[in-house]
Ligand binder design. Structure first.
Ligand SMILES: *[C@@H]1O[C@H](CO)[C@@H](O)[C@H](O)[C@H]1NC(C)=O
Ligand SMILES: *[C@@H]1O[C@H](CO)[C@@H](O)[C@H](O)[C@H]1NC(C)=O
Ligand SMILES: *[C@@H]1O[C@H](CO)[C@@H](O)[C@H](O)[C@H]1NC(C)=O
Ligand SMILES: *[C@@H]1O[C@H](CO)[C@@H](O)[C@H](O)[C@H]1NC(C)=O
Ligand SMILES: *[C@@H]1O[C@H](CO)[C@@H](O)[C@H](O)[C@H]1NC(C)=O
Ligand SMILES: *[C@@H]1O[C@H](CO)[C@@H](O)[C@H](O)[C@H]1NC(C)=O
Length: 649
């Protein structure tokens, strides 16, 4: 990883380095033709590119007197930087200056010359022709605002200060030459129409300007000038390079035939910064992202830790044909964003909505109490997800997203059983066949949970509101929110330690032991059975509406007086199987026996339904609840067959 980063940085520096070299400021013309005209700026018409040369003052027949011209390379370059760095540059050019024979009005011959310049302005001062060489005019001579440095090739002695009419000078903001050298002693006559090669070197570090010249018939350059000059003192940061020249009362052709210019790109200092800054930024970014990633991973790990147990359990059902994992979005869409209009009911842990997935109706339970709800969700998904029975509500899927816990069940068009028990509506009265079928269905599902599936499952919250009715009024046991699973082998420990369930359906021993057992499930089933047969809720108001009587005590009262059938729902109007009904009431009481060891197992209960076993004898007086309960039958010697749970095999 670190190795890769270093490689990466190295590559970046390499790339920047390459860029820097490419970024050097160079202009190179071995000759000038019409097609390069666009590379140059000419402030007036006096300068043209013609005859493969820059005519600094135009080479035309006719009057070329009193002209000044300027030709600049159009792209200015950075001469110095704020950090105090000055660019070094080299320039080599070939000039050809030829005095014309046409004599001016003053009868003078030749002049004035041309100059290589570095200047801030692309403009040419007005009235800068003649002696001013185009560099300055009478009013700007000597002014620092002129902002120009020139290497002049002067062909006329215009001022007293001029050495002669054949010299090279260094001019700073004026026509007065800070340094001048006559070329005569080199055997060179500037204005004789021969090519003269001039080489100018400026070293930005030593701040020395060097000038060398070479005539057409010479092979070696002659150093004529080496002047210390800090260009940064006289010139702006960004300058144009080029040539200017003038004619005056005499005339001449001032040509530049080729030109090479190369300067350090002072921007490299900026790039040096870039070299430092970019890697630093990259390293910082890498560090930040690494730290960020680590934090993120840690955070995720923490979050995951919290739901590790769930995920571990859920993994089993995520694979395979079990409940499907849904996206929150899907379920929001299915339920109209949990519209209250779609509300089917509310439970302890959440609200159930009707939803539409594809073309199938579903019930979506949105768990609200998340801390407790999560536990229940896990219990439910893991438990019910692995269960398959025709009398269990099928869990289609689940969703666990953004702290939302949702369970998707098949939709039960006829709602829950308790509605029918509670209602006085004529249309809501269930016939005997249906009631019998419902009880058998619940018994089958419980038998499956207790005895048939690979793990023993305690539902722990059997009540009429958790028994759903499908379109054919078959019982479908649902809401496994409190359910717990146990290995079948753990026969003596198939209990759960937390008190849970719904009051009225909870066997009395739960409050002492805090344990749920198969017997406590049987007890709750017994209550449901009595509710269904009697068509009453588990707490019954006495005739004078004053005392709430538990349905078990209420039915036992009828049993005591030998009129058990009188407890049967009067709304049935006698339309029921008397033997079946009586058997169910007796079974219901047996299931609700205060002594858990005497309650029949679900298996026995079913055998009674099927007529394989005789209905249990129920004592006329409800036995008092005693704890610890006597595991042996207290009222019938051969009653061992009714001891479900621990004593059963
Ligand atoms: C014009 O001059 C430029 C630069 O010296 C050169 O690259 C180009 O080929 C020349 N074009 C013609 C038509 O001569
Ligand atoms: C050039 O200018 C000078 C002075 O400015 C003037 O005397 C002379 O006549 C001019 N020459 C031409 C040809 O215009
Ligand atoms: C100028 O030329 C000299 C040698 O002629 C060379 O060493 C130097 O690098 C050149 N400088 C630039 C800026 O081109
Ligand atoms: C010199 O040139 C400047 C700038 O072009 C101009 O403003 C000024 O009038 C000129 N001076 C003379 C004497 O022509
Ligand atoms: C131009 O200015 C310089 C000062 O930079 C001065 O020495 C010189 O005499 C001036 N020349 C003319 C012709 O005014
Ligand atoms: C070059 O030519 C000039 C005349 O134009 C002559 O005076 C000089 O001696 C010549 N130099 C060489 C090295 O041939």
């Amino acid at each position: 990883m670190i190795h890769n980063i270093m490689d990466f940085l190295f590559l970046i520096i390499l790339a920047l380095n390459t860029l820097d070299q490419v970024g050097c400021y160079t202009s190179s013309y071995t000759t000038f033709n019409n097609s390069v005209g666009d590379d140059f700026i000419t402030p007036n018409d006096n300068s043209v590119i013609l005859k493969n040369a820059i005519q600094v003052t135009r080479d035309v027949s006719g009057s070329v007197f009193n002209l000044s011209g300027k030709v600049l390379y159009k792209r200015p370059f950075d001469l110095w930087s704020k950090s105090g760095r000055i660019a070094s540059f080299n320039s080599t050019f070939v000039v050809n200056i030829e005095t014309r024979n046409d004599i001016g009005l003053t009868g003078q011959h030749g002049g004035e010359g041309l100059a290589f310049i570095l200047a801030k302005d692309a403009e040419l001062p007005t009235n800068s022709e003649g002696q001013w060489l185009g560099i300055v005019n009478a009013s700007t001579n000597g002014s620092f605002q002129s902002n120009i440095v020139a290497i002049e090739l002067d062909t006329k002695k215009s001022f007293a200060e001029d050495l002669d009419d054949n010299h090279v000078g260094l001019d700073i903001n004026s026509v007065y030459s800070k340094s001048q050298v006559s070329l005569s002693r080199l055997g060179i006559r500037i204005s004789e129409g021969k090519d003269i090669t001039v080489r100018i070197n400026y070293d930005g570090v030593t701040k020395v300007m060097k000038v060398s010249v070479k005539a057409e018939n010479q092979t070696e350059f002659s150093r004529i000038m080496s002047v210390p000059i800090d260009l940064a003192l006289h010139l702006s940061r960004t300058v144009y390079v080029g040539f200017l020249g003038s004619t005056g009362t005499g005339s001449e052709n001032n040509c530049v035939k080729s030109w090479f210019f190369n300067a350090d790109d002072i921007d490299r200092t900026k790039r040096l910064w870039v070299w430092i800054v970019i890697p630093v930024i990259i390293v910082v970014l890498l560090l930040c992202s690494t730290v960020g990633w680590c934090l993120y991973v840690t955070q995720r790990r923490k979050e995951n830790q919290a739901r590790d147990d769930d995920d571990l359990d859920m993994q089993n059902i995520e694979t395979g044909l079990g409940p499907k994992k849904f996206r929150l979005k899907e379920l929001k869409g299915a339920t109209g964003n949990f519209s209250p209009k779609n509300e089917l009911g509310r439970g302890g842990f959440g609200i159930v909505y009707k939803g539409m997935l594809d073309i199938k109706d579903v019930a979506v339970k949105r768990i609200i109490n998340t801390s407790q709800g999560k536990q229940n969700l896990i219990a439910e998904v893991t438990t019910i997800g692995s269960l398959h029975h025709k009398n269990l509500v099928e869990l289609i899927g689940w969703c666990y997203e953004k702290n939302e816990f949702l369970l998707v069940y098949e939709y039960m068009p006829n709602g829950s059983l308790d509605q029918f028990i509670r209602s006085d509506d004529e249309n809501m009265i269930l016939g005997w066949e249906i009631r019998h079928n419902i009880i058998c269905g619940v018994a089958l599902s419980l038998d499956y949970l207790h005895h048939e599936c690979s793990k023993r499952v305690l539902h722990r919250d059997i009540k009429s509101s958790n028994i759903m009715l499908d379109s054919e009024f078959n019982a479908r046991l649902g809401d496994f929110g409190l359910a717990r699973t146990f290995k079948l082998s753990e026969k003596t420990h198939h209990t759960s330690k937390d008190i849970s369930g719904t009051p009225g359906y909870m066997a009395p021993e739960i409050f002492l032991t805090g344990r749920s057992t198969t017997e406590t499930d049987v007890y709750a089933f017994g209550v449901v059975m009595l509710e269904v047969v009697c068509g009453r809720r588990l707490d019954i108001l006495t005739k004078d509406d004053e005392i709430r009587v538990n349905i078990i005590d209420w039915v036992w009262e009828f049993h005591k007086h030998g009129v058990l059938t009188d407890a049967i729902d009067p709304k049935l109007k006698g339309q029921f199987d008397k033997i079946q009904a009586e058997c169910m009431l007796a079974l219901g009481l047996a299931c609700c026996h205060p002594n858990p060891y005497i309650r029949p197992s679900m298996r026995i209960t079913l055998q009674v339904f099927w007529g394989e076993v005789a209905p249990p004898d129920v004592p006329l007086e409800k036995p008092a609840f005693m704890w610890p309960a006597n595991a042996l039958c207290s009222y019938r010697e051969n009653d061992l067959c009714f001891t479900g749970g621990i004593m059963s095999t």
